[in-house]
Design a protein around this ligand. Structure first.
Ligand SMILES: Cc1cc2nc3c(=O)[nH]c(=O)nc-3n(C[C@H](O)[C@H](O)[C@H](O)COP(=O)(O)OP(=O)(O)OC[C@H]3O[C@@H](n4cnc5c(N)ncnc54)[C@H](O)[C@@H]3O)c2cc1C
Ligand code: SF4
Length: 545
């Protein structure tokens, strides 16, 4: 356990934040800017960007274990296991200061206005309790804080202000993919990324190493340890690392009073606070709420509806990888997106399913990434002389159209506590029960067929199609959904638990639907909206004494 900031452990914090990832970091920065005494507990450590392997020859080997995004593979002290025996998809995350943004690809997306109104438009799921227009100023502010690069004016979206830094080059792969889209008359646009294209507020410019998914050795990518924590700590916020929370405490008035955590020496400790904000992600948050049972809350905290853990959405991911005769320098980053397409984003009921997907062009990585590409090749193709021949042919000559399928919320897709599996502290691990629906399968089939057409139009000489990537649970949403009605939602439109007036959920658990977009831009914008509301209404906010 390490403490950054003055040691106020024994003191009551004004606000306790559990989880130092995307949402927790936004909250800590803005609360501490406004004079709140903030303590944050995270089970992971600080990560030094010198540890990242992206600038070293062995980086792809390191991605197989130490920097693997699946916590079950990585299996570090700061990770917890997740039972996936009943899940179509493996969840991906990182547990440290910065949370999953340590490994994220930093595709920075806003949702579309239609994403907030799917019930009205398509008769499925639910509408959000606010609109795109209401969230827009918070998107703008988050983009400015993160130093997003990109080109404003994408006709698929409502008009926006210029982004804080100019777009990164789309490279030869972006140009090639765009060639195919132009032939078909389909939409494409340079993708926005949370990687500054020039030095930005103490961060370096992205130099396109393409190794973002194992951490950015350049200190360019917007990970929250770099973007928010330096100023939060300067403001007096305290970060306690190596602190695994096992339970949120409540008093006899039903208010949250703090949390019990286990430090890395195995000692049980208590942190008290007037307000508790849970930011442990779409799996960690329902796990913690379900663990926090008491006489008053026998089914877990904030769970009078029984909805905590339910409606898990993880964005099934499908891809078409194309190989081209000409060299495309396709190891170059960003390993965010070069171009994107919203050609088939909105519902067209004649296709036999509702909603759609965002497409993104991504580089194909180095030789090992290629060998493993999408389910792996037959052993005889991936070994010895064949490996050399295939690598020579494909390396630098390939890219992928990735498809982020909108996942509809279903109560049967859920996070529960595992009856036997525990983490290294003996705390019950989460178990995922998650199956793709018929709508999702039809959606993916349609989009894969179109992506193959796009690859063909671009001139691909061969293609590999991945109908569902198993390791694709990057986006964890929906397990403590927001809404106005306490009978059908866990938290209100500002993240406050209906059942516990000083308990909040700011991470992607609070999503009503998933959209077909990478969610972190929206997680940050919602966290910002929620925390600003809390700050503005601090005098009326109930707190634990
Ligand atoms: C490989 C990868 C690539 C991704 N690429 C993109 C992308 O390109 N674009 C995009 O929009 N999104 C991407 N994501 C998703 C993005 O990283 C997440 O949406 C975002 O980080 C979620 O923020 P959060 O605050 O909900 O949780 P997280 O960032 O996951 O942080 C949660 C924190 O809570 C802590 N925690 C959990 N439980 C406990 C506990 N019991 N006690 C103490 N601490 C606890 C964890 O240690 C962790 O630090 C990617 C994710 C991964 C893993
Ligand atoms: S591509 Fe840019 S942001 Fe990604 S790891 Fe390289 S320098 Fe960092």
């Amino acid at each position: 356990m390490a403490i950054a900031g003055s040691d106020r452990r024994s003191e009551n914090a004004d606000v306790l934040i559990i989880g130092a990832g995307a949402s927790g970091s936004v909250a800590a920065k803005h609360l501490s800017d406004n004079g709140f005494k903030v303590v944050c507990l995270d089970q992971g450590p600080w990560v030094d960007n010198k540890e990242f392997a992206g600038a070293r020859p062995e980086w792809e080997l390191m991605a197989q274990k130490r920097w693997h995004p699946n916590p079950n593979v990585r299996d570090l002290e700061n990770d917890y296991p997740v039972d996936v025996t009943e899940s179509d998809v493996n969840p991906l995350m990182y547990n440290a200061v910065g949370g999953s943004t340590i490994l994220w690809a930093a595709h920075w997306q806003r949702f579309m206005p239609s994403d907030f109104r799917v019930k009205t438009l398509d008769g499925v799921a639910d509408d959000w309790p606010f609109t795109y227009e209401e969230l827009e100023p918070f998107y703008e502010q988050a983009e400015e804080e993160m130093g997003v690069s990109g080109l404003a004016g994408d006709p698929a979206f409502p008009p926006t202000k210029p982004l804080p830094t100019p777009p990164l080059p789309i490279g030869k792969i972006g140009m090639k993919a765009a060639e195919g889209m132009n032939k078909l008359g389909w939409h494409w646009w340079p993708g926005p990324n949370a990687m500054p294209s020039k030095p930005y507020r103490g961060r370096n410019a992205c130099v396109r190493r393409g190794t973002c998914l194992t951490g950015c050795p350049e200190g360019a990518k917007a990970s929250m340890d770099l973007v928010y924590w330096p100023s939060a700590i300067k403001n007096g916020a305290k970060m306690i690392t190596g602190a695994r929370v096992k339970e949120i405490l409540v008093n006899d008035k039903g208010l949250a009073t703090g949390a019990v955590y286990i430090d890395r020496a195995g000692r049980e400790r208590t942190q008290k606070a007037g307000i508790v904000i849970v930011c442990a992600n779409g799996i960690g948050t329902p796990r913690l709420l379900l663990l926090s049972t008491s006489k008053r809350f026998p089914n877990g905290l904030a769970n009078s509806t029984g909805l905590v853990g339910k409606r898990l959405m993880m964005h099934p991911y499908a891809a078409v990888a194309g190989v081209f005769d000409e060299p495309l320098e396709s190891w170059l980053g960003p390993a965010g997106q070069t171009i994107q397409s919203m050609q088939f984003y909105e519902t067209d009921k004649s296709r036999g399913f509702v909603r759609g997907a965002k497409w993104q062009v991504m580089p194909s990585g180095g030789p090992l990434g290629l060998r493993a590409a999408y389910g792996g090749r037959a052993l005889e193709e991936a070994w010895g002389v064949n490996l050399h021949r295939n690598t020579k042919r494909v390396f630098g000559h390939a890219f992928e159209w990735g498809i982020i399928a909108e996942d509809l919320p279903e109560e049967s897709n859920r996070v529960v506590l595992d009856p036997t599996l525990t983490d290294s502290d003996g705390i019950p691990a989460p178990k995922l029960i998650y199956k793709n629906s018929e709508n999702t399968r039809k959606l993916i089939d349609f989009h894969l067929a179109r992506a193959q057409e796009a690859m063909k139009a671009a001139g691909a000489v061969s293609m590999t199609t991945t109908p569902l990537m198993r390791d694709c649970g990057w986006h964890l949403m929906g397990t403590a959904r927001m809404g106005e009605d306490p009978g059908t939602s866990v938290v209100d439109p500002y993240g406050k638990a209906h059942d516990v007036p000083n308990l909040f959920v700011y991470d992607g658990s609070n999503f009503v639907t998933s959209s077909g977009f990478n969610p972190t831009g929206t997680i940050c914008a919602i966290a910002l909206r929620c925390v600003k509301h809390l700050i503005a209404n601090r005098r009326d906010q109930e707190i634990a004494a």
